[in-house]
Design a protein around this ligand. Structure first.
Ligand code: 5GP
Length: 185
């Protein structure tokens, strides 16, 4: 029986996207990616930490040839608002050049993180870069970001679970929860 609400750091979060809905959408995204990259080798670039569960599910829905790599991008710290600055680290050498890259992200909010990531990766001469994001809050977008594979569009509410955290906690919940009450961002 799944929890209808959870409490993290004194804040209450209500069930928002069930694990069943997530699983269905991940399968659909996998089908699209299988179709678009048939006959090619795709490098899934999982953006840590938030995307580790999504990327693990997504790669298991793929039948095409694929590799798995990770990169770290930090933008939020312990706050629930985008800080603007993005720190990118942890990418091994020779991973990007001449390859088809699929950035696998948990959520695109202002787009600052994704814009910084794409800018960083483009300098490493990939064959192509595409973006797959589980969630997107278009109302807060301040950058032009083309999310080719998108799980769900959501309003500007702070969400946790399925890899997404609140001050480091809550990543382990299989469902996604949204902050409730007047303070929903
Ligand atoms: P952006 O740079 O697009 O504003 O923010 C992207 C990053 O902020 C995401 O990778 C994620 O780490 C974090 N983020 C944005 N919105 C949320 C949210 O609602 N919940 C959580 N847990 N993280 C978020």
């Amino acid at each position: 029986m799944k929890a209808k609400s959870i409490s993290l750091g004194g804040k209450r979060f209500g069930l928002y996207i069930s694990k069943e809905m997530i699983a269905r959408r991940v399968r659909e995204l996998g089908r699209e990616i299988n179709h678009d990259f048939e006959g090619k080798t795709l490098v899934l670039l999982c953006v840590l930490n938030g995307s580790f569960i999504f990327a693990a599910d997504l790669i298991r829905s793929l039948k095409i040839d694929c590799e798995f790599q990770t990169i770290s991008a930090k933008s939020y710290g312990d706050l629930m608002e985008s800080s603007g600055g993005v720190e990118i680290s942890g990418l091994g050498e020779g991973i990007i050049g001449g390859k088809d890259i699929l950035i696998v992200e948990d959520i695109v909010d202002t787009g600052n993180t994704m814009a910084a990531l794409v800018n960083f990766l483009e300098k490493l001469s990939p064959l192509s870069i595409n973006i797959c994001s589980l969630l997107h809050k278009p109302e807060l977008l301040v950058n032009e970001i083309n999310i080719k594979y998108l799980g769900f569009t959501i309003p500007p509410r702070f969400v946790v679970g399925y890899g997404l955290d609140c001050a480091g906690k809550g990543r382990q919940f299989p469902d996604i929860y949204a902050l409730t009450g007047s303070d929903t961002k």
